[in-house]
Design a protein around this ligand. Structure first.
Ligand SMILES: CC(C)(COP(=O)(O)OP(=O)(O)OC[C@H]1O[C@@H](n2cnc3c(N)ncnc32)[C@H](O)[C@@H]1OP(=O)(O)O)[C@@H](O)C(=O)NCCC(=O)NCCS
Length: 309
């Protein structure tokens, strides 16, 4: 018993911040950024807010869905770490604009880049109890509002985007999740106007823990690592993904890196990756898929999907 993906869309704003733009803003180089992160450019939301982007992504996701199914969406989770205002929550602000029924349980998750994994785990547990209902996750992050563009350690990394995924109960599928949370408030935090990050500590936390947690979740699910078709890892830094892939003697084919022209979009990177895998016809035939998110907290979550369609 588990869940399946019904619809997925991404919204990438038109604005761009390229490596050569950054070369003019801080002491860095295109070469350094490409080698250390894999990034070439980032999508920038400009005047658009996280709510604007969330509405665009959600509307497109629901465009092709029958009205009777939309009326059965009883759970709406927005994931974001880029609030302009803490209250009211973004999920409440978008219920009406995206056409959901008022009887929806709507709340936000702010656990940095791990939020999408937590949302998935909650959706699975919720739909197992209410099998006839649907759940919508809308992810929207605009970290450009909180980046100090004189700090070369953070400004090279982040992009803005939104994505939406709709989920339903599916008898044939199964999901197994493992989480790990450390209390490390000084590694990644918002200090007044800006994000302050010890990137290297996050890097070591991810590379140091991901392989073990991936192996653990496979063991728990009774799936051999070689039977996993796709490892969808938070697109924070290409080197983190490549390093984990190497530990499993694997490569881009199983550990895709697709954020080169988007940037690290925090809680949005995994649902964007879902849409990219659909575009590449990779999700349709996949049976075992691992999702992994990590970031502020420090937090790390891994979910193995035995079936997603
Ligand atoms: C931020 C990040 C790209 C930095 O790369 P790194 O390889 O860890 O680099 P370090 O921070 O160790 O710095 C190495 C050197 O490069 C320098 N440097 C840092 N940023 C630079 C930049 N943009 N351009 C040029 N040099 C830079 C540092 O000052 C340091 O110089 P030093 O050796 O003379 O002291 C990387 O740590 C990262 O992506 N971390 C994960 C971030 C993340 O996942 N965050 C969580 C939210 S999702």
């Amino acid at each position: 018993m588990g869940i399946k993906l019904v619809s997925a869309t991404r919204y990438l704003p038109q604005g761009k911040l390229t490596n050569s733009d950054l070369e003019k803003m801080v002491e860095t180089s295109d070469d350094w950024i490409r080698q250390r992160t894999g990034l070439v450019s980032r999508t920038m939301a400009g005047d658009e807010t996280i709510t604007d982007m969330a509405i665009k992504a959600a509307r497109e996701c629901l465009e092709k869905i029958d009205r009777e199914i939309i009326d059965k969406i009883k759970l709406l989770i927005v994931t974001t770490a880029s609030y302009l205002q803490v209250v009211p929550h973004v999920s409440a602000a978008i219920v009406k604009p995206i056409g959901l029924a008022e009887e929806v349980l709507a709340f936000d998750i702010n656990s940095g880049c791990t939020s999408f994994i937590y949302a998935l785990d909650i959706v699975e547990k919720y739909l197992l109890k209410d099998k006839d209902q649907y759940a919508l996750i809308v992810s929207s992050d605009k970290l450009s509002d909180y980046i100090d563009y004189t700090d070369r350690g953070t400004c090279i990394l982040f992009g803005d985007a939104a994505a939406a995924t709709l989920w339903a109960y599916e008898e044939q599928n199964e999901q197994i999740a493992i989480h790990k949370t450390l209390t490390a408030p000084d590694v990644l935090f918002r200090d007044g106007d800006y994000i302050n990050m010890n990137g290297n500590e996050v890097f070591k936390f991810a590379v140091g823990n991901l392989p073990e947690l991936i192996s653990d979740v496979c063991r728990k699910a009774n799936v051999d690592v070689s039977e996993v078709d796709l490892f969808l890892l938070h697109q924070a830094n290409g080197r983190i993904i490549e390093s984990v892939a190497k530990k499993f003697r694997s490569d881009d084919n199983h550990f895709p890196v697709r954020f080169q022209n988007i940037g690290n979009t925090s809680s949005v990177s995994l649902p964007i990756l879902i849409t990219q895998m659909i575009d590449e016809d990779k999700l349709q035939n996949a049976r075992n898929i691992i999702f992994a998110g990590f970031g502020a907290g420090l937090s790390l979550g891994v979910i193995l999907f035995k079936g997603i369609n």
